[in-house]
Design a binder for this molecule. Structure first.
Ligand code: SF4
Length: 266
């Protein structure tokens, strides 16, 4: 078990992870605040912001991917199971009261490619699986018909693991409560490329509040892992004309993975 997993398995380490992530999210929260989104203070979250936990993660739009800060674990499936066990019957934020199922995410624990969306919807809440509704089918088509990869070979998850009521937008306190688990999943899987699906995932991965229309198609990084921000499949269902933009983004992702780009009709 890596030091990170060992820390996650204890109650005290969760606080450290949350604090480290809070520090790393300083710019993200400043951005939210600047556009009028209420952001809870460290005091409100009962976090001692003066405690030292090491340098915050580096995330810069357009920055080249750097060295990976932690090696991939020898047994990512076991590490993911430990993260799931630590999540338990999570009641860390107010979404717990309205959810049916925690949607942990699913896929290949050794995935080279990881898709991150916003939050489960009603189908996902029912089934306990990420991206299984209409938007999920479109994502499957993008992966399998477009990129010629198997959905089972990638990892698919969300920033939030519980469905917000009426599919409303995630709120900052919910994102802060849930993010240590996605951070742990990313550290465990260590994909070669991350794809942020939609505004909230792109903002979370890149620690920015720039509009998705400006972020889309511009490579960034998340702790040394290249990030491609693109449109959410639910947006594509409403705006099919944007599919060509997403395909351009997926071609860049395929290039980063060293995979061939299928031509038209292939
Ligand atoms: S959204 Fe995340 S932090 Fe909130 S209850 Fe669900 S699993 Fe826990």
């Amino acid at each position: 078990m890596s030091p990170g997993k060992a820390r996650l398995a204890t109650g005290a380490s969760e606080r450290d992870l949350i604090l480290a992530d809070l520090l790393a999210h300083g710019r993200f929260l400043s951005g939210l605040s600047s556009i009028g989104v209420p952001v809870p203070s460290a005091a409100a979250l009962k976090v001692d912001a003066t405690a030292g936990t090491g340098a915050p993660a580096s995330t810069r739009i357009g920055a080249p991917a750097g060295d990976r800060p932690e090696p991939r674990t020898d047994d990512p499936a076991a590490a993911l199971a430990a993260i799931r066990a630590d999540l338990g019957d999570c009641r860390r934020c107010k979404l717990a009261s309205g959810r049916k199922t925690i949607v942990f995410g699913q896929g290949n624990p050794r995935a080279e490619l990881m898709f991150v969306g916003e939050a489960p919807g009603s189908e996902e809440d029912e089934q306990g699986l990420a991206f299984v509704g209409r938007a999920g089918q479109l994502l499957t088509d993008i992966i399998e018909k477009g990129m010629k990869m198997k959905r089972s070979d990638v990892w698919i998850g969300n920033v939030l693991k519980c469905r917000p009521p009426q599919n409303r937008n995630p709120e900052p306190d919910e994102i802060l409560s849930c993010q240590p688990f996605l951070e742990a999943q990313i550290r465990t899987i260590r994909p070669r490329v991350l794809v942020g699906l939609g505004k909230f995932a792109a903002h979370w991965l890149l620690r920015t509040a720039e509009p998705i229309s400006r972020l889309r198609g511009r490579l960034g990084d998340h702790d040394g892992i290249p990030v491609m921000p693109t449109y959410h499949p639910a947006y594509l269902l409403r705006n099919p004309g944007a599919k060509k933009d997403v395909w351009e983004d997926m071609k860049t992702v395929l290039g980063l993975l060293g995979r061939p780009v299928p031509g038209p009709g292939e």
